[in-house]
Design a protein around this ligand. Structure first.
Ligand code: NAD
Length: 265
């Protein structure tokens, strides 16, 4: 009996039981891994992404496995679409408890430096990686305030805490995500809303695959990452699940590094 209880509790399959969660960037990489982990923990999901084909397929797969999941095509860089996303969650499930604001883009081939960083790339980077998080927060907070609270995790990056050469737009946007996260934590903590960030290091996903496949990059990671390896999307999803769950009930405004120790050097 005791063994059964311990096994059940330790397996942690119910950390988000019945909680209604929005996950953005859910069609790929870290967001997709998040969708699988949130579903495994019993959450009812609203998946959002620009990629409707992959997003719809993921939601259908989860429903076929007996989980509650819908997909809503969303461009997080459009405030009205973020508002509609939250409205869809409330219309479908009646409430919103959790959000994993994870959608993001990378700079692609790295331009030489800030002096030559293309203006359009800067605007796009801020629109998706920073304004996209702000728009989601704006409407998620309104919904959560109506039902007495909630828990939010934003995907930042190691680039949200240190400067990295050649990617000023990405670095500035991710620093902004960290600032927004802390601000929301301070503003809404007393109203039972927690807001944290996860800061991934080098994680193998479709976004990074081409770079991380280079032997030269793997060798660099083996030297600069204390864990001596690149991370997996599921290792970030696990942090997001935990931070959203009641187990993290006193964790608010934290930037949770999941970088194999990169920033600890
Ligand atoms: N992979 C890494 O090493 C790493 C490291 C640090 C932070 N991150 C962050 O993690 C998050 C997820 O990245 P990933 O590596 O899983 O990348 P990914 O490219 O595999 O997934 C990103 C997803 O976001 C979606 N997306 C892009 N723009 C969007 C928009 N405007 N609206 C809605 N959805 C949009 C894409 O369609 C895609 O499905 C990003 O915020 C990224 O900056 C990644």
């Amino acid at each position: 009996m005791l063994a059964a209880i311990i096994t059940c509790e330790e397996s942690g399959m119910d950390e988000l039981r019945e909680k209604v969660a929005i996950i953005t960037g859910a069609a790929s990489g870290i967001g997709r891994a998040g969708a699988l982990r949130f579903a495994e923990e019993g959450a009812r999901l609203v998946l959002a992404d620009l990629d409707a084909e992959a997003g719809e397929a993921l939601a259908a797969g989860l429903r076929a496995a007996g989980r509650a999941a819908i997909f809503q095509r969303t461009d997080v860089a459009q405030a009205a679409q973020c508002e509609a996303l939250v409205a869809a969650a409330v219309a479908h499930y009646g409430r919103l408890d959790c959000a994993f604001n994870n959608a993001g883009i990378s700079d692609g081939p790295v331009p030489p430096g800030t002096a030559d960083y293309p203006l359009e790339l800067w605007d796009r980077m801020i629109a998706v990686n920073l304004s996209g998080v702000f728009y989601c927060l704006r409407y998620q907070l309104r919904a959560m305030l109506k039902t007495g609270g909630g828990s939010i995790v934003n995907t930042a990056s190691i680039a949200g805490q240190v400067g990295l050469a050649g990617i000023p737009g990405y670095v500035a946007a991710k620093h902004g995500v960290v600032g927004l996260t802390r601000t929301v934590a301070v503003e809404y903590g007393a109203r039972n809303i927690r807001c944290n960030a996860v800061a991934p290091g080098f994680i193998e996903t479709p976004m990074t695959k081409s770079v991380f496949e280079l032997q030269q990059f793997r060798e660099m990671a083996a030297v600069t990452v204390p864990a001596a390896r690149i991370g997996r999307a599921a290792e970030i999803a696990d942090v997001a699940v935990w931070a959203c769950s009641d187990r993290a009930s006193y964790v608010n405004g934290a930037v949770l590094a999941a970088d194999g120790g990169y920033l600890a050097r």
